[in-house]
Design a protein around this ligand. Structure first.
Ligand code: HEC
Ligand code: HEC
Length: 284
């Protein structure tokens, strides 16, 4: 990778627009960022500016075609993609371990970039080195000021422990029935009674950008957020920012949420929710 002038100019423009005084002065004057720069006293800034240049390089070569040179999700390949590539300027992130409305952790971003997301154009970037991955993450954060708002930063939510009934078949069957009822009243309007994503409200839904968005088919072999009980639980607790899939952390107790998860797992095992739900109706 060469530290070409073009890269620097673009970085300075970005720094300017974001008010990163440290980068502006030092890249301009020294080609590095001063360690004692008042905006960021704790960091050795040469790494910071080099990381951003590397990040921009990695981004331009690997991400720009979809996420756009301006990070607005409007790359060359974007037209026709569904879902659309994420806008890093709007910075509503779906794939998070953090509470609804908060920014993702670097770890969350790493998982998305390394592993890709099933049934979307977001592929796996397994060949990036750890340094390149960190650098592209640092770079994508330069597209939004949200990353500088401490109110949007939060640690990962702690998943509540699985209740003892989760593996016990008779009691579990009873709780699955509770989960089925909650699903029917709360989730089926969007996801459909069969959990296939075809609920009565599915057609009219839009995301935060006003674009049509479909409720997930919860019977699909590879769910975007993962298939494990913990993955489902995490989605229910955290919600998916920028989509109509909100957090249900406040609406249900932990036990009820696990009941919904158990029900969804039953649906997925039998690949058809209704017959299994009836089969689960065990009399106490
Ligand atoms: C072929 C198109 C394409 C390329 C190339 C691509 N992405 Fe994506 N990316 C997408 C799409 C589409 C989504 C939206 C997926 C969704 O909504 O489920 C996405 C989503 C993401 C997200 C998810 C954010 C969230 O909501 O949590 C991140 C982070 C991301 N991309 C980073 C990258 C990075 C970094 C690169 C380059 C190393 C890259 N992408 C390359 C298409 C692409
Ligand atoms: C207002 C409509 C709406 C309601 C109500 C709703 N969802 Fe969703 N849900 C969505 C949408 C839309 C998505 C897909 C977002 C996307 O594009 O990634 C989604 C995604 C999901 C996912 C992630 C799927 C994946 O691929 O990882 C799960 C799990 C889920 N919903 C479960 C539920 C459950 C359980 C309930 C009820 C407690 C529920 N949803 C209620 C609209 C809704």
């Amino acid at each position: 990778m060469s530290l070409v002038t073009e890269d620097r100019i673009a970085l300075i423009e970005r720094a300017l627009s974001q008010g990163i005084a440290c980068l502006l002065f030092s890249v301009l004057i020294h080609g590095t960022c001063l360690a004692q720069a008042p905006t960021n006293p704790g960091r050795t800034a040469p790494d910071q500016s080099e990381d951003l240049i590397l990040g921009r390089y990695v981004y331009t070569r690997n991400c720009q075609i979809c996420h756009g040179a301006r990070g607005d999700g409007k790359g060359e390949w974007s037209p026709g993609l569904s879902p659309q590539p994420r806008s890093f300027r709007a910075a509503h992130f779906k794939y998070r371990s953090t509470p609804f409305g908060k920014l993702p952790l670097d770890e969350d971003l790493r998982r998305t970039i390394r592993g890709g997301r099933s049934n979307t154009a977001m592929g796996m970037f397994t060949r990036l080195s750890e340094r390149e991955l960190d650098a592209v993450i640092a770079y994508l954060k330069t597209f939004s000021r949200k990353w500088r708002d401490p109110a949007l930063v939060a640690p990962a939510v702690t998943l509540p422990a699985q209740p003892s009934w989760f593996d016990a078949s008779k009691e579990r069957a009873l709780r699955v029935r509770v989960g089925a009822e909650l699903f029917t009243t709360t989730c089926a309007p969007c996801h459909g009674l069969k959990a296939d994503g075809k609920g009565p409200q599915a057609e009219g839904l839009v995301d935060v950008h006003g674009r049509p968005i479909k409720p997930a088919d919860l019977l699909t072999p590879h769910l975007r957020n993962g298939n494990a009980a913990e993955d489902l639980m995490r989605v229910l607790l955290t919600g998916l920012n920028g989509t109509p899939m909100i957090s249900f952390a406040e609406s249900f107790s932990d036990d009820e949420l696990w009941a919904v998860v158990a029900y969804l797992l039953e649906c997925r095992d039998s690949n058809s929710s209704l017959p299994k739900r009836n089969a689960a109706e065990v009399t106490p």
